[in-house]
Design a protein around this ligand. Structure first.
Ligand SMILES: Cc1ncc(COP(=O)(O)O)c(C=O)c1O
Length: 492
């Protein structure tokens, strides 16, 4: 599949440079593009119905097809006005890193190779940045970790480590049958990954105890303790607690220090889901919001959210190296360890998760941190916090907007409330749902919505965007109010 001659390599190189220039230009001018635009039906059909290619085609022809049919419809995350769900934008440096990693095509599951060491290094940097390890700590005292496809996978692996460490018997060998029920505790605001993880780990959804939250969205300690005591009285086996460092709905942060004390007292594994919140540790002005996270037994977080790296960059850090290893280590005759040769590095990452083959995603983390530094990332995170504060103020000051959830971090949940006579809850929900869809369809901003525990539908603006400027949020407020007025006249 390589170009067959010197001349063909040169042609390839020229074409590749054109594609690279084009890609960089698109990134540079992303602000001028629509945030999102639906694919026309004809293009959708052309992609869906394309037969499997049998014959060869030139790279130029394939790229031309890609440029006209695919690339215009890929956006919705990288635009400066994209604040839907919790997403990152990607960066020029990470794009280059991915290209280099793909060319190197390193296997980062096992082996004595530089990419394995690069991943070890970025994990150490991240553990230090989160305060889980002092700089220069001896290797055995350093947390263990692994880069994953995302926070869902990192959280799942973290819970798997907890299960193996706390079962009290060889759960990997024996499975769960015939034992007391092993229970996990988490607030009602916990992301949906937890229920899936309970299923996959054989624990079952019913073994996830959902505990009520206070007005700020933090798990309530007293009901939590009562639930643990009641479960113990029934002969069940509480073993882990999931603490939230930024809930998905509105960014609530559990009292991590109190939960650490509770886990010590109750002999529970403390796992923190810090999918986006954990990286607040990089922003000195806001880092105290994450106090206690550094003392967790395991922390899962994403670098494809608040570090803007391309998708499929999550991370798990585990305080106890031996526990991490014990949860996944396996041997195979065809992967024999030796003091010499390629496998002299051992199975490293293949023994810290469930995947055997893994790529060099660590390079994008390493290059981005090396080029931009931790301080700049912290400053950009702080900038998003200030933007969220600004948006909250705009909402509070506007007579036709109302905050619907307390803002702890970078997520602002609010709704349009038409002036004049009272509306039913259902009417307000319908109006705001329509506003969110119309804003998305406008192609000018990307926002999402959520239904809060109160049952109210909220417009949700989640700010993890290094490209946004303050005036983008002023423009959003004006647009939403305009849409809200139009919809309330039509729907209400
Ligand atoms: C709090 C929280 N946990 C977990 C996840 C899942 O992360 P991922 O989509 O990277 O798997 C998210 C995603 O938004 C999240 O906000």
């Amino acid at each position: 599949m390589d170009p067959p001659s010197e001349a063909a390599w040169e042609d390839f190189s020229a074409e590749a440079h054109r594609i690279l220039d084009d890609t960089i230009a698109q990134m540079q001018h992303v602000r001028e593009q629509a945030v999102w635009q639906p694919m026309p039906a004809a293009i959708q059909a052309a992609i869906a119905e394309a037969p499997a290619p049998i014959a060869e085609r030139s790279l130029g022809a394939v790229y031309a097809e890609l440029a006209s049919r695919v690339l215009p419809y890929t956006s919705a995350n990288r635009h400066p006005r994209a604040w839907g769900w919790v997403r990152g934008q990607g960066t020029p440096v990470a794009m280059l890193a991915d290209m280099i990693a793909s060319a190197a095509n390193a296997h980062v599951g096992a082996g004595f190779t530089a990419p394995v060491h690069i991943e070890e290094t970025v994990l150490r940097w991240l553990a230090e940045a989160l305060g889980m390890q002092g700089a220069g700590a001896a290797e055995h005292a350093q947390p263990s970790g692994i880069l994953t496809s995302g926070a869902t996978m990192a959280n799942l692996l973290g819970l798997a480590v907890a299960r193996a460490a706390k079962a009290g018997y060889d759960v990997r060998q024996e499975g769960l049958s015939g034992r007391p029920r092993m229970l996990v505790y988490a607030s009602t605001e916990t992301h949906g990954w937890a229920a899936k993880a309970m299923e996959l780990l054989g624990l079952g959804r019913r073994s996830l105890r959902s505990v009520a939250v206070d007005a700020a969205g933090r798990v309530q300690i007293e009901p939590l303790l009562r639930q643990i005591a009641a479960d113990r009285a029934q002969g069940e086996q509480p073993f882990a607690l999931i603490a939230n460092a930024g809930t998905v709905n509105f960014g609530a942060v559990d009292d991590l220090r109190a939960l650490r004390a509770l886990c010590d007292e109750q002999d529970l594994w403390m796992h923190v889901d810090g999918a986006f919140g954990a990286l607040l540790k990089l922003a000195p002005r806001y880092a105290s919001l994450m106090d206690g996270l550094e003392r967790a037994d395991s922390v899962a977080f994403d670098l494809h959210k608040w570090m803007s790296l391309p998708f499929e960059t999550g991370c798990l850090l585990v305080r106890d190296r031996a526990a991490h290893h014990a949860a996944f280590a396996a041997e195979a005759a065809y992967m024999e360890w030796s003091t010499r040769g390629v496998l002299s590095g051992g199975l490293s990452f293949a023994n810290r998760g469930i995947e055997s083959s893994r790529g060099f995603k660590a390079l994008r983390v390493w290059m981005q941190l090396s080029v931009h530094g931790l301080r700049k990332h912290g400053a950009l995170i702080a900038q998003n916090m200030e933007q969220a504060e600004h948006l909250e103020q705009r909402v509070l000051q506007h007579p036709e907007l109302a905050m619907l959830a307390p803002r702890a971090m970078n997520i602002v949940c609010f709704r349009y409330v038409p002036a004049g006579h009272a509306r039913t809850a259902a009417q307000l929900d319908a109006c705001n749902r329509e506003v969110v869809l119309r804003v998305q369809e406008s192609g000018r901003f990307l926002i999402s919505g959520t239904t809060l525990a109160s049952g109210d539908y909220a417009i949700r603006v989640s700010i993890t965007n290094h490209r946004s400027r303050l005036e983008d949020f002023d423009a959003l407020v004006e647009w939403i109010v305009e849409e809200g007025r139009g919809q309330s006249a039509r729907l209400l």
